[in-house]
Design a protein around this ligand. Sequence first.
Ligand code: CUA
Length: 155
Amino acid sequence: MHVHKLEKIWLTFGGLMLAAFLVVLTINAFAMGNTPPSDLQQIDPTKVDQTPPFDKPGLVKISENEYDLNMIGYAFGYTPALVEIPKGATVHFHVTSRDVMHGFEVAGTDVNMMLTPGLVNSVTKTFNDVGSFLILCNEYCGTGHQIMAAHLVVK
Ligand code: CUA
């Protein structure tokens, strides 16, 4: 079979571009750590209430003004429903769902996660200003979806 010289050049060029694209994509996805930061820890969704740290949900002080905040989303609310932290606190959110998919958005901040049963979502945020934040579910989850909320107070 005869392949025209220009055809060979363009086939080679196309192949090299595809290889370069896959290399860049792979480096971005893995080597640079651009994979989604959450969803890494698994949990049995039927045993959330018995599995640490979710057997005692709430705020845990881990160092000077730094906290783990373990929360559970369920139809239709969050445990705990009210969290108070001091100004300047760094909060490591660890949130899971014990039933269906829910959202976890701290309104007015960049904290916004999708809660999937069986997975623990984590994100870290420092709250430098005094204020009250609404935590809401932004993933339709059933008839009580619109009342699913909690409050985070920075004081
Ligand atoms: Cu939970 Cu919508």
